[in-house]
Design a protein around this ligand. Sequence first.
Ligand SMILES: NC(=O)c1ccc[n+]([C@@H]2O[C@H](COP(=O)([O-])OP(=O)(O)OC[C@H]3O[C@@H](n4cnc5c(N)ncnc54)[C@H](OP(=O)(O)O)[C@@H]3O)[C@@H](O)[C@H]2O)c1
Length: 213
Amino acid sequence: MHIILFGAAGNVGSRVANEAISRGHTVTAIVRKTDQLITLPEGVVDQLGDAGDSALVAKLSEGQDLIISAIRPSEGSEHLLPLLTKSLLAGAAQSKKRLLIVGGAASLEIPGEKDQTVLTAPGFLPPSVLDIARACAEQHNICRENIETKWTYISPPPMLTPGVRTGHYRLGSEQLVVDQNGQSAISMEDFAVALIDEAEHPKHHQTRFTAAY
Ligand SMILES: NC(=O)c1ccc[n+]([C@@H]2O[C@H](COP(=O)([O-])OP(=O)(O)OC[C@H]3O[C@@H](n4cnc5c(N)ncnc54)[C@H](OP(=O)(O)O)[C@@H]3O)[C@@H](O)[C@H]2O)c1
């Protein structure tokens, strides 16, 4: 596949790029700054661009099979995430390409706690991540309301950390996937495996899924 990847220099994006390249896909990595070009994973095609420019998203995705977004605004600019998401959705609708969005855990429901999500459950999240969690919940709503674009929203579990690739994970839809200790976690490497599995074998159309151990 030919994949265009926004946020390719980031923690998640770089692992997604590596996973895709290791499976023989062609990855065009989009970054905003020239100094990020040398930080990109080996083997990508690099390209400058901004996810906030929907016409550019459409133009850059011509000739691609799939758009993946792993963008995250910097701290203090979390409010930009909904706008950037609308831009990606609009660009993908224009080019008629499938769009996989790496989102947040915020809107996942807590098993056994009726009507509570990661964001709304009292004390679940530390105050330091509330701004990005609120932005991710809004981002998810924007996707849910969108009927023009072939989107898929992938929620990581609350604990998404650098680690190792095992190739193992379990899928969920609206609820947290928890292990026998009640933890919901995955390495960024295995999250990338789940994402590229979805890219290769699409199962979730205009809906959300999650992946954890
Ligand atoms: N448990 C959770 O829910 C959880 C935990 C971690 C991450 N995540 C999600 O995973 C995604 C990626 O997070 P991350 O940790 O990999 O973030 P990251 O390391 O900060 O990387 C994000 C990348 O996005 C780029 N970016 C920001 N705005 C952009 C724009 N307008 N156009 C193009 N690129 C842009 C940034 O580049 P610049 O340097 O140009 O800004 C950066 O390279 C986010 O959606 C985040 O919410 C979720």
